[in-house]
Ligand binder design. Structure first.
Ligand code: FAD
Length: 437
């Protein structure tokens, strides 16, 4: 009987160190970087990244062969819960999206020479990367519809197309671009992944799109991480060895960067929700109205209790999905279904809890004097990014109904169950009627 919710003491000690480091150093560091460009930020952050490396927690998502800790999904989930308290913490720990997913993709698909050129510097934190799949004029929910083309001409691939939401492209060194190599192939064998330097002939970085996160980004490039870049490829040429795996492997490789990443994202949301709940509690005991603290008002108590219960439910769901991945493999059917559940349940829970925390703070919660309004705007993206809620709900429903046979009559149909009860127990019931008054 293994049903244990405790954390190993040695890992608990690591988590304690991370928690102190995040709260005492990284949260203040977030505000110290206001107004700096990316080169200035990199200089500011460098010593703290070094501290994480010295503690052995750098790029923890990868196996030791690729410089990670090989700690498994459950421990990673617990680590990301703490990192989630700060939007900057994943960067300082070398496990920020999209670099982490790209590293997983390269670890799975790159040959030795490609790994030396792109994976190693990425893992060391010497370069930044971007993932460019989504296109403005095609549904990102169905990537078989992408139209960015990649055609072979002699010893080069020639790329033409239009992407957007290529996060961080304006400050990255290279992009992993998904493009169609063979439009006639079966839908999931049409596309490939290619490494394309971000500053390269034929790559046009159009703008970092203004968004809920960066409403003022406008039509410029932000010159710092966090932008969602629109990119055009205009006869962009790269050597043949820039293609990862084989032409047609694009969808298989795309999967390699998603499973674990979704769990890490989800646990970071749990960390954010926890922080929002802490703010809610602090405000509830500190603000009086009608001669007593908000915490004594029943409707505020309801918000606190519901938030705490919903957070705990969501947390356990993510931890079970992580445990499932450790037990049965990242791509087992059960793990896929649970990851999909986590993907739509957790952002919804986070948004609800931040919203309640804003409510309990009143006007203060709506202002930029508190982090809640920004947390809410950033969290809203998670119902869309990495697959819209609806797509993940569809996955869960598909898995649950897979292989179920249609029936002529519901198996719970009461008249039929009554008949069956008569067949099984009728004689006994007749005896009892005859002998027991
Ligand atoms: C903050 C942020 C960062 C991102 N970073 C990246 C990145 O780094 N690289 C990258 O390539 N992309 C990135 N994306 C893009 C993201 O992956 C896509 O936005 C997402 O896949 C949805 O695609 P779409 O925007 O084209 O919406 P669409 O596919 O057009 O979907 C729009 C809506 O239609 C509905 N819908 C879609 N499919 C179904 C369905 N099967 N059933 C019912 N309803 C459905 C949903 O309500 C959905 O929200 C990012 C997005 C955001 C918001």
């Amino acid at each position: 009987m293994a049903w244990d919710f405790s954390t190993d003491p040695d890992f608990e000690a690591d988590l304690g160190w991370v928690r102190r480091f995040v709260d005492d150093t990284i949260l203040p560091l977030e505000l110290a970087g206001e107004g700096l460009n990316q080169r200035q930020l990199d200089a500011l952050w460098a010593p703290f990244k070094q501290q994480v490396k010295e503690r052995g927690l750098w790029a923890a998502h990868l196996p030791p062969a690729h410089g990670g800790c090989g700690m498994g999904q459950l421990r990673l989930a617990l680590l990301h819960e703490v990192l989630g308290r700060s939007v900057l913490a994943p960067e300082i720990f070398g496990c920020q999206a999209p670099d982490s997913g790209n590293a997983e993709l390269l670890a799975a698909g790159a040959n030795a020479e490609q790994a030396r050129r792109w994976l190693e510097p990425l893992l060391a934190g010497h370069v930044r990367s971007t993932f460019a799949l989504t296109e403005p004029h095609n549904s990102g929910s169905d990537p078989t519809g992408i139209t960015t083309r990649c055609e072979r001409e002699g010893e080069e691939w020639v790329i033409n197309g239009h992407k957007w939401f290529a996060s961080n492209a304006s400050v990255s060194d290279f992009m992993i671009v998904m493009a169609v190599t063979d439009p006639e192939a079966p839908p999931h064998r049409r596309a490939a992944m290619l490494v394309v330097p971000c500053r390269h002939p034929g790559v046009v970085l159009v703008r970092d799109v203004g968004s809920m996160h960066h409403p003022l980004a406008g039509d410029a490039l932000m010159d710092r991480i966090g932008g969602h870049t629109e990119v055009r490829f205009e006869n962009c040429r790269v050597p043949l060895d820039h293609l990862i795996g084989a032409p047609g492997d694009g969808f298989v490789l795309a999967q390699k960067r998603l499973g674990g990443g979704r769990i890490h994202h989800a646990m970071r949301c749990i960390g954010q929700a926890d922080r929002a709940l802490e703010m809610m509690l602090e405000r509830a005991v500190s603000r009086d109205t009608r001669d007593r603290p908000l915490a004594k008002q029943q409707l505020v108590q309801e918000m606190i209790a519901e938030s705490s219960a919903e957070l705990e439910m969501a947390r356990l769901l993510v931890l079970r999905a992580a445990w499932r991945m450790d037990q049965q493999g990242d791509y087992s059917r059960e793990a896929r279904s649970e990851i999909a559940m986590v993907k739509f349940v957790v952002p919804r829970t986070l948004l609800t809890i931040i919203d309640r925390a804003i409510q309990v703070h009143g006007a203060l919660g709506y202002t930029t004097d508190m982090p809640l309004e920004e947390m809410y705007r950033v969290a809203r993206a998670l119902r869309i990014a990495d697959g819209a809620d609806e797509v993940h709900k569809q996955t869960v429903a598909r898995e649950l109904t897979r292989g179920m046979a249609a029936v002529a009559e519901p198996s719970e149909y009461v008249p039929a169950r009554r008949r069956r009860a008569g067949e099984l127990f009728g004689e006994r019931v007749r005896e009892i009627r005859a002998t027991v008054s």
